[in-house]
Design a protein around this ligand. Structure first.
Ligand SMILES: NC(=O)CC[C@H](N)C(=O)O
Length: 391
């Protein structure tokens, strides 16, 4: 257990584009960060959340009031860098208490050059966002004896164009194809593969979380990860048993290259599974529409209804866009919906072996309730392989 005092007496402000100001103290690197301000309600998992590429260009407010208490480590990351633009918290923990911790949260932010602000009235901020919708903001640090640079921060916030129309998947994606062979810690916990399948899955990396890839390996898949803009023909020449469409940041409507590739895969009838951005892209490729939500969903305890079975799953969520349920063409069926606001959470193609889920079945952090969706993908590939062997 190590007691860490704040390294700096510097102050910080968060100023929203509408001029609302939140005062606090600097946490992490000095400087400024601009992005869309969202709030995440998960009680734990701040390191997974900070490193989730889907948070690119976003400033994350953590509603759980005490953050940093178990420090950071080398394992609980969802990518190789912090993608969140800045972190907003209520209370910084003075203690990093965990045998796995090798760096306190403030030192971790410093190491990654990420700006943060602590001692913020995050409840007031969250209420403001809930009422007025997520909006752009700027976190700026300044010397304790200086005036708060409010006008400068507001101008910076107003200068950010927002996420609508922004293709960030090509920014967070890998640049070259590679094999992924690491499974999750569930294997060590005694999780057994449903059966050894050896399916070759090509995973489009739009900003993929590592735990998704681990879930596929846990189920015996051989995983090839490819960059976001890989043409359909290149993927088909790899002879995949199934294609996985990953999560990722930004506006799905801006990823025309991915939408075209998915249309080709649908035409060819290759089994497809999309998570979050991947689910939205599958919907767009099938003729549905997406929209920007007022505040989005960011948390680890969102109830989602499985419509066919009438059962409820507690799920992890991180999205600011959604598929418009009223826009579904007759080729798509709604399979899941959010019990918070009724928005669409899952789709299945009626004619092709393809389905998508808006939440995060890989959790990390969060509940494992939706993990069987990975088994559903394996079953889909099995069925497809059997039908093909017969024809
Ligand atoms: N986690 C994700 O894949 C997010 C998808 C998309 N960028 C959204 O905000 O809705």
């Amino acid at each position: 257990m190590s007691i860490k005092k704040s390294k700096t007496a510097r102050k910080a402000i968060l100023v929203l584009a509408d001029g609302t100001v939140f005062y606090g103290s600097a946490l992490g690197a000095d400087g400024q960060a601009v992005g869309e301000v969202v709030f995440n309600t998960a009680m734990t998992g701040y390191q997974e959340i900070l490193t989730d590429p889907s948070y690119a260009e976003q400033i994350i407010t953590f509603t759980y009031p005490h953050i940093g208490n178990y420090g950071t480590n080398n394992e609980d990351v969802e990518s190789n860098q912090v993608w969140a633009k800045a972190m907003v918290i209520r209370d910084r923990s003075m203690v990093a208490s965990n045998f796995r911790s090798n760096l306190s949260l403030p030192d971790y932010l410093l190491k990654h050059g990420v700006v943060g602000i602590a001692d913020v009235d995050t409840r007031r901020l969250t209420h403001h966002i809930r009422e007025h919708g997520s909006q752009n903001g700027c976190v700026m640090t300044y010397a304790a004896d200086a005036e708060a640079p409010i006008a400068e921060a507001q101008a910076a916030a107003q200068g950010f164009g927002g996420l609508a129309g922004l293709d960030l998947a090509k920014v967070t994606s890998c640049t070259e194809a590679y094999q992924w062979d690491q499974g999750s810690w569930l294997l060590e916990e005694g999780f057994t593969k449903p059966s050894s399948t050896d399916f070759h899955v090509v995973a489009y990396d739009f900003g993929a979380k590592m735990n998704i890839l681990r879930m596929l390996v846990d189920r015996g898949c051989k995983v090839t990860v490819v960059p976001a803009q890989t043409p359909a023909a290149d993927v088909l020449s790899m002879n995949p048993d199934g294609i996985f469409l990953s999560n990722g940041p930004g506006d799905p409507g801006a990823c025309d290259y991915a939408i075209h590739a998915i249309q080709e895969f649908l035409k060819q009838g290759v089994p497809l599974f999309g998570i979050c951005l991947g689910h939205q892209l599958l919907a767009l490729a099938s003729g549905a529409k997406t929209m920007k939500m007022k505040i989005g969903h960011h948390g680890a305890n969102h109830p989602v209804l499985d419509i066919a079975h009438g059962t409820v799953m507690i799920t992890s969520q991180n999205h600011g866009f959604a598929v418009d349920a009223d826009s579904l063409p007759s080729t798509l069926t709604a399979t899941h919906k959010s019990l918070f606001d009724g928005t669409l959470q899952g789709i299945r193609h009626n004619e092709k072996p393809a389905f998508g889920f808006q939440g995060h079945p890989e959790a990390s952090p969060g509940s494992r309730d939706a993990m069987p969706l990975f088994d559903q993908f394996i079953d889909l590939m099995k069925q497809h392989a059997t039908t093909h062997a017969q024809s």
